[in-house]
Structures are given as C-alpha cells and as structure tokens.
Design a protein around this ligand. Structure first.
Ligand SMILES: NC(=O)c1ccc[n+]([C@@H]2O[C@H](COP(=O)([O-])OP(=O)(O)OC[C@H]3O[C@@H](n4cnc5c(N)ncnc54)[C@H](O)[C@@H]3O)[C@@H](O)[C@H]2O)c1
Length: 346
C-alpha cells in the first residue's frame, strides 16, 4: 500500500486541541473520510488512528470503484467528561480551518463522535463537507444507506453459500441494534429472515419484540447456530480466541474494524467461515453521501452505487475462491490494482 500523501498536525487556535488530517491518497480523486472526535492517551495514538483509518478509506473507495481518495480527520480530545458546547464549536471551527486550507484536496463527513449538525457548522467555513442535514441540502444520516449496503453484501454471500440472494428463511444473528443494526434488522425481517439479536443496551429489546426476533445475551450471540453472524456494534468483535466457538457459515456486517488482529481473517478462512471485509460491507453510507454531495450523482445513481456492493462482493468471493485467497486478500489486491492502474494512467 502507498505512503500517505499529506498529513497535517495542527493545534487549533480556538480550542487548543490537536487536529490531525491524514490524506492517504488522491490517486483516484479528492480524498474523503469522516471526522472522529475521540479521547486518546497521547496525540500520537490519534495520529496512528488517522493514518490507519485514512488508508482504509482509500481501499473502501477503490474496491467500490469510485473516484474518491482516502482521508480522515482525528481530533484528540482531553481526558475528562464531554466537551462543553462552546469548546465543541471551537473544535469544529478549528477543523473547518484546516480543511479549508487544503483547498478541496479533502472533504470530511461524520464519524465516531460527530454527526450531520456538526457538518453544518463546518460548512459555514468550507464547502468540502458531506452529510449535512437534509434540510440544509445535505444527504443527512448515512445509516439507512449503510444498512442497505450491508444487505447487498449479505445477498452476495447468500448467493455464494446458499445459492440464493433471498434472505427468506435465512437465520442471522445481528450484534448491535443501533442506527445501522436496527435498520438492517428491519430490512432482514421484512424479507422473512429469522433473527437472533442482541445489544448491550437492554432498552433495545423493544426492537427484538417488534421484529419477532429472539433476544440473546451479548456474550452468547457469537456462538449462536445461525447461517450468518452480522456484527453491527463496535470493533474487535472477532478474536483469535472466539473464532473457534462460531457456529455460522459467514460473518458479514457493517461494524468497522471487526477483527481484533488481521490474522483472524486467516483463522476464519481455515474454519471455512466466509468473512467479507468490513470496509466493503459497511461502505453503503459513505458511497451514498459522497456520490450525491461530492460527485453530484442523482438519487437513482447513488442508490445503484450502494446496491452495487452485491456485485462487488460476489466478484470478490469468486476471485478469492479461484485464487485460493481469503476475501480480505482479494479485496486488498483489487484496491492495489485499481490504484496502480490509476497512477499509471495519470
Ligand atoms: N452509521 C453509519 O452510517 C456507519 C457507516 C459505516 C460503518 N458504521 C459502523 O457500524 C457500527 C454501528 O454504527 P451505528 O451508527 O449503528 O452506531 P450506534 O452507536 O448507533 O449503534 C451501536 C449499537 O451497538 C451497541 N453495542 C455496543 N457494544 C456492544 C456489544 N459489545 N454487544 C452488543 N451491542 C453493543 C450499542 O448499545 C448501540 O446500540 C459501528 O461499528 C460503526 O462504525 C456505521
């Protein structure tokens, strides 16, 4: 994978906090990637996160075949409670200044710790921002599109594992019923899937009841006897230790950073469990937002691009099987090939 093209480390003049913008690649087009507000023990940990996450965005767009590059912004929050609203606005304006200074080489959107309203504030300084609220002309909350994209990935896996893309009668275990997980569970239930679900927030039991799903404890759900496990909560859900206890044919879902370490992809492969890289299965939201707001695609075209995740995953699984690779290796190779081809023709 290529080196980062540009990394800006800037101490905000209003907030005094460290703002890091990492532009991994603009080979395929101007870079895009979310703004993360998160606590780190040291700003260097925030830098490491920005470098890793921006590289993942490059792969995400390359595999999706879209003309965008990979970038990410991280703001290193201080220890303690939440920022007071005034200081939060200061941080966002500091971020906006850095993005504006890059002159369109990078655009930001929501990520952990930020949402559409924050993008509205940033857009007062720079137009290089996506996912502003719908009433301000943005594409708003990306989670319904992320859920649609994950369903598309699940369909491709269904074709590969069960010979049909239909979710009717399929048994799935959904981990996490937040914005994406609940939306995805609703789509699956509407198609006749049999759902087992969980969330650390017991208040989400209402979603299970609404959908006629079986409620499991967060500790037990990974061992559920189902066709597909769908991680839709936080990261590092698959570890060297717990892969042995899985009783499913595939793991596919929208959660970011599902593997505790990269070698877990090999362990899954050796167990005959299909794992679709999270950066492919979770791409629907950013594909939709970037398509409508940065590439100015119409609603139909944006939706088509999200649904194209099904064919992307189908082709990846096919390539992986033919080459004796894991789907993760096939996805990485596809991203690298597309970047090389674009660089060669530039
Ligand atoms: N929102 C998007 O458009 C989007 C896009 C790409 C990727 N993702 C990823 O999808 C995942 C879900 O995102 P979201 O926007 O729905 O977040 P969210 O915060 O709305 O929901 C996460 C849910 O997971 C639950 N949870 C946390 N830890 C859990 C555990 N150990 N076991 C079971 N449940 C647990 C939380 O209680 C919450 O209900 C995240 O990993 C996120 O990074 C989201």
């Amino acid at each position: 994978m290529v080196q980062h093209e540009q990394v800006v480390i800037h101490t905000g003049r209003r907030s005094g906090l460290v703002v890091i913008v990492a532009i991994h690649s603009t080979v395929l087009g101007p870079a895009a990637g979310g703004l993360r507000l998160w606590r780190y023990r040291d700003w260097r940990d925030g830098l490491a996160d920005a470098l890793r996450l921006s590289a993942a965005m490059t792969s995400k767009f390359a595999v999706a075949g879209l003309p965008s590059g990979g970038g990410k912004t991280v703001v290193v929050l201080p220890e303690g409670g939440p920022l007071d609203p005034g200081r939060r606005d200061d941080v966002l304006r500091d971020v906006a200044d850095v993005i504006a200074s890059l002159g369109g080489k990078y655009a930001t959107g929501p990520d952990v710790g930020t949402g559409p309203d924050d993008m509205a504030l940033i857009s007062e300084t720079t137009p290089h921002v996506f996912c502003r609220p719908a009433h301000l002309g943005g594409s708003g909350d990306s989670s319904p599109h992320t859920a649609q994209g994950s369903l598309a990935a699940l369909r491709a896996v269904g074709r590969q594992v069960h010979g049909t893309a239909s979710m009717d009668g399929r048994r799935l275990a959904v981990i996490g019923l937040g914005r994406v997980g609940a939306a995805l569970a609703r789509l699956l239930a509407a198609e006749g899937a049999h759902l087992t679900v969980t969330d650390v927030d017991a208040g989400k039991r209402g979603v299970a009841e609404e959908l006629g799903a079986v409620w499991s404890s967060p500790d037990d759900i990974l061992g559920a006897e189902v066709d597909i496990v769908v991680p839709a909560a936080l990261g590092s859900v698959l570890t060297r230790q717990n892969v042995a206890g899985l009783r499913c044919r595939a793991v596919v879902g929208p959660a970011n950073n599902q593997l505790a370490s990269p070698d877990v992809a090999d362990l899954l492969h050796h167990r005959g469990i299909l794992w679709v890289p999270d950066y492919v299965a979770s791409a629907g939201g950013v594909i939709h937002a970037v398509s409508t707001e940065l590439h100015h695609a119409g609603a139909d075209e944006a939706r088509t691009r999200v649904l194209a995740i099904e064919n992307t995953v189908h082709d990846l699984l096919d390539t992986a099987r033919r080459r004796g690779q894991t789907p993760a290796q096939a996805a990485d190779a596809l991203a690298t090939d597309r970047l090389r081809a674009a660089a060669a023709s530039a």
